[in-house]
Design a protein around this ligand. Structure first.
Ligand code: ZN
Length: 451
């Protein structure tokens, strides 16, 4: 089988195959108890190395990262509540959401009335287990379905959490693909949630597959992929990489990309950055309903990438946003919430986003005084009065707007012509020496011809 790169993936898109593969990776990672540090996160990143040779980075606990400190490392082996008959009535081995993530070790006997202070349920959806964390306050707790709670007899329980919270390190995954230039596209997905699928196994696996395609392609941009613990991971990475941030020209946070809901794009803080316009263009291109949200300082790691002192052009690519689907942060965000077609479609859109970024060049009309005579070059309809293809229209727009300042995407937006048709027409005009590719500075940097 030929290993597909970007071009081949787009030309012969296999939605079924991609969906199956993405779902299979998500299923394999689903049972692992991840957190913002610890072995579950490491194990998940090592698993992704089957698809992409990402590096695991370790940052010691106690490291200062901007206003934060890398926390102690958390690991867990087992946890349960055992009743007087010796039965595990709440069992971490059955579902890792049963323990408040980052719970300190506990081993004691407690009566239900006391224990209740450390139990969390969702009375409105009594069969679902909530997802709770306590990263920065040392405490412990159990999460269970409300029905489970209602069935607990008023007696004494053996409470056991076999965890460790000790100096160690914070782990993240990083993979960089060198392109023709050092200008980078950043793709980031939070990888710290335990058994939850849409948020954000979906983002982790779609990023891995995207990275795999791009690693087999020859690219204009360099691409940097991050699989990081939410918030503290992004802060840690930014603090460690501050001098290199100016290379990042475009970026996306991927989250909640596996449910069948419609696409949602949250713009970067800059609002009209090239990545913002590119994603919106691609979503429009497919003529399916989607939502666009302006930047807000709530959400995922775009909060850090778009903090005022960082202010990178990084948007957030989602389907149904966090908090807008009832299963969010509950045990119902499981393998039934994400679907193969939805995962594949998310990847497919992202491949198009990359393709537009890669092709969004600036061109300069080399014959700007009146229209060049296209017919003489065999580029224009041979018989007056017939318009046999959109290529001519694309060529006229390109020749008119290619002053070096306007990119292909600018021209697509203004002309309402398809970006890829314009790209094809641009290639023809370049071949006929009517256009030249220039840097974005309006051709000045590459010796703009004035006569
Ligand atoms: Zn979340």
């Amino acid at each position: 089988m030929v290993e597909k790169g970007l071009k081949q993936a787009l030309e012969s898109w296999d939605s079924t195959g991609a969906g199956e593969e993405l779902y299979q990776i998500a299923s394999a990672l689903y049972p692992i108890c991840r957190s913002i540090t610890g072995n579950g996160l490491r194990q998940s990143l090592r698993w992704l190395q089957k698809w992409v040779p990402l590096s695991l980075r370790e940052v010691p606990s106690g490291t200062h990262v901007f206003d934060w400190v890398v926390p102690k490392e958390w690991n867990i082996r087992d946890a349960y509540l055992r009743n007087s008959k010796g039965e595990r009535v709440v069992d971490f081995q059955k579902c890792n959401l049963h323990v408040v993530n980052y719970s300190i070790p506990v081993s004691q006997k407690i009566r239900l009335v006391e224990l209740r202070k450390n139990l969390f349920t969702l009375p409105d959806t009594p069969d679902w287990i909530p997802y709770r964390t306590s990263y920065y306050k040392e405490t412990w707790g159990f999460c269970l379905s409300h029905r489970q709670l209602e069935n607990l007899a008023d007696e004494e329980y053996e409470v056991r959490i076999d965890s460790t919270l000790e100096p160690g390190s914070l782990t993240y995954g990083e993979f960089r693909i060198q392109g023709e230039t050092d200008d980078e596209v950043l793709i980031s997905s939070h990888s710290c949630h335990p058994s939850l699928c849409n948020d954000n196994l979906s983002g982790m696996v779609v990023a891995a597959k995207l990275a795999q395609y791009l690693s087999r392609s020859s690219l204009r941009y360099s691409y940097r992929f991050l699989w990081i613990p939410g918030t503290i991971g992004a802060i840690t990475w930014l603090a460690r990489n501050e001098p290199a941030l100016s290379h990042i020209k475009h970026g996306l946070v991927l989250s909640c990309v596996g449910d069948p809901g419609r696409f949602t794009y949250k713009r970067s803080r800059r609002g009209k950055a090239e990545i913002d316009r590119t994603v919106e263009y691609v979503l429009r291109h497919f003529r399916r309903e989607f939502d666009v949200l302006d930047f807000s300082p709530q959400g995922y790691d775009e909060r850090q990438y778009c903090s005022p002192g960082i202010n990178l052009p990084v948007g957030c690519f989602m389907r149904t946003p966090s908090g807008k689907y009832p299963q969010y942060h509950t045990s119902a965000d499981d393998l039934t919430l994400i679907t193969q077609p939805a995962l594949a479609e998310s990847l497919h859109r992202l491949l198009h986003v990359v393709d537009v970024l890669e092709k969004n060049h600036h061109y300069l009309n080399l014959n700007p005084k009146c229209e060049p005579q296209l017919g003489r070059r065999g580029l224009y309809r041979q018989m007056g009065g017939t318009n046999n293809s959109g290529v001519e229209e694309a060529m006229l727009w390109l020749l008119n707007l290619s002053d070096g300042d306007q990119s292909l995407l600018d021209i697509a937006e203004r002309s309402k012509l398809d970006f890829w048709s314009l790209n094809k027409a641009a290639e023809i005009l370049v071949k006929h020496d009517l256009l030249r590719r220039v840097e974005a500075s309006g051709g000045r940097a590459t010796g703009h011809r004035t006569s």
